[in-house]
Design a protein around this ligand. Structure first.
Ligand code: SAM
Length: 277
């Protein structure tokens, strides 16, 4: 299998460079809220939650005060931005650690929840990461694994990815590389089972966000598809103009087809437990 850039910290350092932690994505907030609901039901107030590919830390910064929160990422840029972000701050604070998810610097059976958003398809060896998650979880603790729904249900991502992909050479995933839409719950279930987890409970959420103006699109896309957005951000001015024109056309076509200006986003959260006892 070809190794894509996103298996290397340097790729993510570049993607996260000049990211604005906490930039206003309504979709990212809705996704985070669905994770907080699970954490609230699963993790005691004195427990510990670890986000193992935390990026610039948006998920944990919004986590309601209570459990100890630890954000880990192998990108030094991401962790630095997460640690340096002035807010919106988390009442209970959070610790930020540079670490590879394939080898978590945590004692066995020491945390109550392992969170993994937009992470499982970027890892070089997802099965090994889930085995690590199992190791560090206390019996009874849960791993929360995020997947996107089908491309047809994620227009908030695909319209931008198509627009960027048509203009920027090399912005599409190399053949044979697992992308954000290739993984299914069935495939992740095999890794989870092999790691030792009980069968996961998959919960689906669907969102529609109004996109009155094309400019409303980019903060959402930046949060949901950071690698593709980075290609757009670094493109030559003429290419950016072309990408924006393509996107405007796709938004118009979508509005005609759907009868309104909203775009879809669908995600799944697999909640897998390390059996107690
Ligand atoms: C698409 S971003 C998602 C960031 C964040 N979870 C979110 O939802 O916004 C993927 C993140 O995974 C991190 N990552 C990729 N491979 C990793 C690994 N082996 N160990 C730790 N972090 C990794 C990248 O640095 C990047 O921040």
């Amino acid at each position: 299998m070809t190794t894509p850039g996103y298996h290397r910290p340097r790729h993510w350092d570049q993607v996260h460079h000049s990211a604005v932690p906490g930039s206003p994505s309504l979709a990212a907030r809705a996704l985070s809220t669905s994770v907080y609901d699970i954490v609230a039901g699963e993790v005691p107030a004195d427990g510990t939650v670890v986000d193992i590919a935390c990026g610039t830390g948006g998920l944990l910064r919004g986590l309601p005060a209570g459990p100890r929160a630890v954000g880990m990422d192998f990108s030094g840029e991401a962790v630095g931005l997460a640690a340096g972000s002035p807010g919106p701050g988390r009442g209970g604070g959070a610790d930020w650690v540079r670490a590879d998810a394939h080898q978590l610097p945590l004692r066995g059976a020491s945390v109550d929840a392992v969170l993994c958003l937009a992470g499982v398809w970027v890892f070089a060896d997802p099965a090994r990461v889930l085995t690590e998650a199992f190791r560090v979880l206390r019996p009874g603790g849960v791993a929360v694994v995020h997947l996107w729904g089908s491309p047809a249900d994620c227009r908030l991502i695909t319209l931008g990815a198509v627009s960027v992909g048509q203009v920027v050479q090399g912005s599409r995933l190399t053949a044979g590389v697992t992308g954000p839409f290739e993984l299914t719950p069935d495939r992740v279930d095999v890794w989870l089972r092999d790691a030792g987890f009980a069968p996961a409970d998959w919960r689906r959420s669907d969102l529609r966000l109004p996109m009155a103006r094309p400019d409303d699109y980019w903060p959402e896309f930046a949060a949901l598809a950071p690698t593709s957005y980075d290609h757009y951000r670094r493109a030559a001015t003429g290419d950016r103009v072309q990408i924006r024109a393509l996107l405007a056309g796709l938004l118009t076509a979508s509005r005609r087809r759907a009868g309104d200006d909203s775009l879809s986003l669908s995600w799944l959260l697999g909640v897998a437990r390390r059996a107690a006892g």
